[in-house]
Design a protein around this ligand. Structure first.
Ligand code: EPU
Length: 336
C-alpha cells in the first residue's frame, strides 16, 4: 500500500483509551523512503508519531500531522549456537513479534508477551513486565531524523534506558522516528521466573520453553488487565514511585504489609497499585472514567469517558495518594 493521507481524521481507532479526537491530517507509510518523502512534504508542521496508541491520552484535537508506520518485516540477521539477532520493522505488532520468537523457542521477549503496541513504540517506551524490560534484548534502534531525513542508528547504550524512559521520550523527544529495532535473543534457555505467579513454572520437571512462559504470561495478563478491545485503557496509568527509605519506614510503621522492592540502600519502590487501593480508589468512577477493579493502577474508559474525566480522575488519585502517604505518583501515560 502506498502512502495514505487522510484529513480531519478521527483518532478513535488509534488509541486504546478510546478517546474520539481528530487529527488535521493522518498519514501512514510502508517504507523508509516513503517516510523521508512524507517528512519533506510536511516540514515545519507539528508532527506526532504514534504506534498503536496504547500508552497515550489525547487531550484535544491534534492540529498537525499524525504519522503511523506500516514498516513490517522480521529478518534474522545472524544466528549461532547461542544467540540470534533479529531486525524488526517499527510497524510490526509487538505481540506478533513475541509470538513468532516463542514459536522458534528464542528466549528474551516471552515475558513481554501480550503487551499492546508496536515494535517502534516498545523501544521508545522501554516497555517492561514480569521482571524483564525491553532494553535487555535491544541491540540497536534504527531511526530517521525528522529535521534532516538522515538515518541514525542508536546503539542500546545511547538510548539512555531507565524504567519506562528512553532518550526518545526525553532529550530527543519528537526529533527521531524509529524505523526498525534490532533485538538479540537467546537460542539457549535464559528464563526470568521470579515474578509471583511465574514462579509456578520453576516446579516443572524441565526448563520451560519460551512458549510455556509466553502462555503463562498471557494467562496472568488476561486475569488482571483489561483487554483493550473490550474495555478502553492505556495499561498502567502511573509509574511505580521510588521513595527514600525514611519515608518507606514511616509508612511501614503503620502499614506492616506494605509491598516493596529495594532499589538500593537508600531507595525503595512501592507499587502504586497498593497506594491507590489503600486510598479507597479501587472500582471508583468519575464521569465515564473508572479505576479498574482488578488492578487499580489502570484507569479504564467505562462509559464514553472524555479526556477531562480521565485527567480529573488521575489528579484526584494523585492528590489523595499525596495527602495520605506524602508520595507523588506520576503518569506513565503520555498526555498529548
Ligand atoms: N497491588 C495491590 N492491589 C491490586 C493490585 C496490585 O495492592 O489490586 C499491589 C500488590 O502488592 C502487587 C503489586 O501491587 O504485588 C504489583 O502489582 P502487579 O504485579 O500487578 O504490577 P504493577 O507494579 O502494578 C507493573 C507494570 C505493568 C506490568 C506489571 C507486571 C508499571 C507502571 N506497571 O505493574 O505494566 O505488567 O508490573 O510486571 O511498572 C504497563 O506498563 O502498562 C503495565 C501493565
Amino acid at each position: 500500500m502506498p502512502i495514505s493521507k487522510q484529513y480531519n481524521y478521527s483518532l478513535l481507532g488509534h488509541n486504546t483509551m478510546g478517546i474520539d479526537v481528530k487529527a488535521q491530517q493522518f498519514i501512514t507509510y510502508d517504507t523508509v523512503d516513503e517516510l523521508k518523502e512524507v517528512l519533506r512534504e510536511i516540514a515545519g508542521r507539528p508532527i506526532l508519531h504514534i504506534g498503536r496508541g496504547s500508552n497515550l491520552l489525547f487531550t484535544r484535537d491534534f492540529e498537525g500531522v499524525v504519522l503511523h508506520s506500516s514498516i513490517k518485516f522480521t529478518q534474522i540477521v545472524m544466528r549461532n549456537q547461542r544467540e540470534v539477532v533479529v531486525r524488526v520493522g517499527a510497524g510490526v505488532v509487538w505481540d506478533d513479534f513475541c509470538a513468532q520468537m516463542a514459536q522458534n523457542n528464542f528466549y528474551g521477549s516471552e515475558n513481554l508477551s501480550h503487551i499492546p503496541g508496536e515494535v517502534g513504540a516498545a523501544a521508545v517506551q522501554n516497555i517492561g513486565a514480569y521482571g524483564v524490560e525491553v532494553e535487555s534484548i535491544i541491540q540497536e534502534v534504527e531511526t530517521i531524523e525528522i529535521a534532516t531525513g538522515s538515518r541514525r542508528v542508536f546503539h542500546v547504550s545511547q538510548c539512555e534506558y531507565h524504567y519506562r524512559e528512553s532518550v526518545f521520550k526525553n532529550k530527543l523527544r519528537g526529533q527521531y522516528v524509529v524505523t526498525a529495532v534490532v533485538f538479540k535473543l537467546s537460542v539457549t534457555p535464559v528464563v526470568h521466573l521470579d515474578y509471583g505467579q511465574l514462579q509456578d513454572l520453576k516446579a516443572l520437571p524441565h526448563t520451560p520453553s519460551a512458549q510455556d512462559i509466553r502462555d503463562a504470561v498471557i494467562a496472568i495478563r488476561r486475569s488482571k488487565l483489561p483487554e483493550p478491545d473490550q474495555l478502553g485503557s492505556a495499561g498502567s496509568f502511573f509509574k511505580n514511585p521510588v521513595v527514600p527509605i525514611e519515608l518507606f519506614n514511616d509508612i511501614a510503621a503503620t502499614h506492616h504489609e506494605v509491598p516493596h522492592y529495594a532499589i538500593d540502600e537508600k531507595q525503595i519502590k512501592i507499587p502504586a497499585a497498593w497506594l491507590i487501593e489503600q486510598c479507597g480508589w479501587k472500582g471508583k468512577c468519575h464521569g465515564g472514567a473508572a479505576v479498574y477493579e482488578k488492578q487499580p493502577l489502570i484507569i479504564v474508559n467505562k462509559n464514553h469517558a472524555t479526556s477531562s474525566d480521565i485527567m480529573e480522575l488521575a489528579s484526584l488519585i494523585q492528590q489523595s495518594v499525596y495527602d495520605t502517604f506524602k508520595i507523588n505518583i506520576y503518569p506513565e501515560v503520555n498526555y498529548i
